[in-house]
Design a protein around this ligand. Structure first.
Ligand SMILES: [Fe+2]
Length: 323
């Protein structure tokens, strides 16, 4: 009498396992889910909670020794992976007066959104730009970059990098500069890597004046590289959005998880069943394909970034909403 089919299968799986094989039919549902099934969770980091730890880290280690003094925001569903979403890394970086974060370059590209403090600079291929709150600076893949703070106050910014994406492709390279501070190469065009707040805010107010509000996103400005017209980096998009006081947004969802940094105002974002209450300088994350609704208590401005360009390039990006 032959064995029960379940036992025969188990025996079969064990025998093919020894040869480095596994049956698709046992994992097909997980491999090809009907809708995105992310381990990423909604989460918020309150600036008033994070800032004392960040300042404490300034006593523990210098920017020079740390190379980059950053407290990494780890998504609660991805602890240990240095990831805020499956594809993106984010953290707050501190540079104290008189400090230098030494020159290096890497395959990962970065968006740096200034959260607090005036007077620090980022140099890209030796071309220095000053960093002011609300500005963001791009350090494109494989460009030399260093940061310095010749000013008198601590400077803090949100770093957003495509570290997990590059890790996924096993395509990461990195190199330290021969000198601590990069030398101008003449190859960097500041217009393509520096996005001052005032210009973006003006553009946003233009969007606000020119059209009726999007019921999901309020008025939203998509940052564009002024030379290429494309996104700021090949893997990351950035947005600035304005929500009027009393705004109660309709639900929308998209396949790009987003990292938000609050610039002005207070409000709440409902993400699936989770309410994230936010105020200035707080950082929060909305996972892929989870319904998002924004509510504003005051006139509010939110900066956000996501991996949308990478998803669009791969033909994967989708959005669904009631607008
Ligand atoms: Fe870097």
């Amino acid at each position: 009498m032959s064995a029960h089919p379940v036992d025969r299968r188990k025996d079969f799986y064990q025998r093919i396992d020894a040869h480095g094989m596994t049956p698709l039919w046992e994992v097909l549902h997980n491999l090809v889910p009907p809708t995105p099934a992310t381990p990423c969770q909604p989460a918020l980091w309150r600036y008033e909670t994070v800032r004392p730890f960040l300042m404490e880290s300034g006593d523990l280690i210098s920017a020079r020794e740390a190379v980059r003094r950053v407290l990494v925001f780890e998504n609660p569903g991805l602890r240990g992976a240095s990831s805020i979403t499956h594809s993106l890394y984010a953290g707050l970086q501190l540079i104290l007066p008189g400090e230098v974060a030494p020159c290096h370059r890497h395959a990962q590209s970065a968006i740096r959104f200034i959260v607090e403090g005036d007077g620090a600079y980022t140099a890209v291929d030796g071309e220095r730009v000053v960093m002011r709150p609300g500005d963001f600076i791009v350090t494109p893949a494989w460009t030399w970059h260093d940061h310095g703070n010749p000013g008198g106050v601590p400077v803090v910014w949100l770093d957003g990098l495509d570290i997990p994406l590059v890790r996924f492709f096993d395509a990461g390279f990195a190199e330290n500069g021969a000198e601590e501070v990069s030398q101008p190469t003449g190859s960097a065009d500041a217009r393509t890597f520096s996005y001052p707040y005032e210009a973006a805010r003006d553009a946003l107010m233009g969007v606000r004046a020119g059209a009726s509000l999007d019921p999901r996103h309020g008025a939203r400005h998509t940052y564009r590289n002024p030379v290429t017209g494309g996104y700021p980096t090949p893997t990351m998009a950035a947005f600035l959005q304005w929500l009027p006081r009393g705004f109660a947004g309709q639900a929308s969802r998209s396949t790009d998880a987003a990292v938000y940094c609050v610039v002005e105002g207070r409000g709440r974002t409902s993400v699936g069943g989770t309410d994230l209450h936010w105020g200035p300088r707080d950082v929060f994350v909305t996972p892929s394909w989870t319904p998002v609704r924004h509510f504003a208590d005051d006139d509010a401005i939110l900066f956000s970034l996501s991996d949308r360009p990478a998803q669009e390039a791969l033909g994967l990006w989708r959005e669904e909403g009631s607008a």
